[in-house]
Design a binder for this molecule. Sequence first.
Ligand code: PHE
Length: 464
Amino acid sequence: MATQRGGFTSRLGFILAAAGSAVGLGNIWKFPFEVGKGGGAAFVVMYLAFCFLLCFPVMVAEIAIGRKTQLNPVGAFKALGYKNWAIVGYLGLASGVLILSFYNVVAAWAFGYFVEMLLGNFDIGRNFSSFTQDWITVGSYSVIFMAGTAYVVSKGVSGGIEKAAKILMPTLFVMIIALIIYALTLPHAWDGIRFYLVPDFSQITGKVVYSALGQAFFSLSLGMGALITYGSYVSKNDNIVGAAASITLMDVGVAFLAGFMIFPFVFSQGIETDGGAGLIFVTLPSVFEGLGEVLGVIVGALFFLLLSFAAFTSTISLLEVPTAYMVDEKKIPRKKATWIVAIFIFLVGIPSMLSTGSVDALTHFVNLPGAGEKNFMDFVGLIASDTFLPLGGFLIAVFTAYVWKKENFNIELANGDESIKGSWLQSYVDFAISYICPLLLGLIFIITVMDNFFNVKILTMLFG
Ligand code: PHE
């Protein structure tokens, strides 16, 4: 059976593919603006701590469940003998479909910006809202992005996903380093670095801790079975804990590096750092414009190509989750399954595409008691990435520690890595998955739901 499903041909291929899933818009688009909102370095410190202390153990658990069963998230829980827990797999499928539906739209903006930069259209930043309202243009880029994603996924695990990651990830590293070196030569670059790296711990509030936690979790692609799915293609001789450590390091590394590029850019033009979602799409084009005609085009195009590549390896993993489900559970051949799922998700994404100004009812979609007015796209984001992912993570941790049980989990971890047995690392992962992860992820889920949907501000109640 394993041969029919395919698999990664090497440990490195798996690590690059999983790191590709993790490294995405979350690292380069969202991380810097969360840092800006969260008061700079204080946020970075929290983020790093959460990635390693909380998220890493969940990642190990996901990969172990996948590798043990060699199945998609729904099939995996069933195969371990817990039919009712397949609901966690279905929750993951729903999260994957919903996240990809709007993620693809933002990816399409990034790709569209790449083209605009090549054309030297630096005004695009000032015209950001008319760009996102132009649904024909954005729609065309979304079709291209989704079709590219489906093409890679349809080629299979080693021939598509692994191959793409092996080309795109090293390219991405080279691009980011080149951009950082250049950014550091700009005027006021070091003010940007100071803001980024010197923590002001007075800025840490309950809210900052909460968003650092959510950001870490999203950034590592956890809670929806993306890593159960990728883990299902890993050989029994590979070392899971070591691989998870490499994936976490790469993801954190790219997010961290992104700051060395964005903040010098932003400070070089004396622009506010708390520009929110617009920090990249509104602010950066004028930064590039300031570099002059030729250099501006080169640096601008390179930047948005980098962003598109990062998004692409993530959309691939988001599409792979429902595709693997169709292949394993519904016995549909991969090629057909991929295109069916991709078209379906594209259709689900249309309202998101229309919700940034083109259709009024979608732009002013809901008014939530706590969260206030949200457009359709942000609403889907709130449900899928902010609510479903922590819930999924909570359930995965509880399942691993108390249902599948630590003994079985540890046996799977020792496959391919005898030295993990009895090590401090294993003790830590066991401890975290049993106590820290369920507690914090459960808390995050409750806080999100109460805050946004019921306007009960638990964080304010606790921390003032
Ligand atoms: N980790 C990706 C990012 O940072 C997003 C993602 C989430 C991808 C969940 C797959 C699964 O952009």
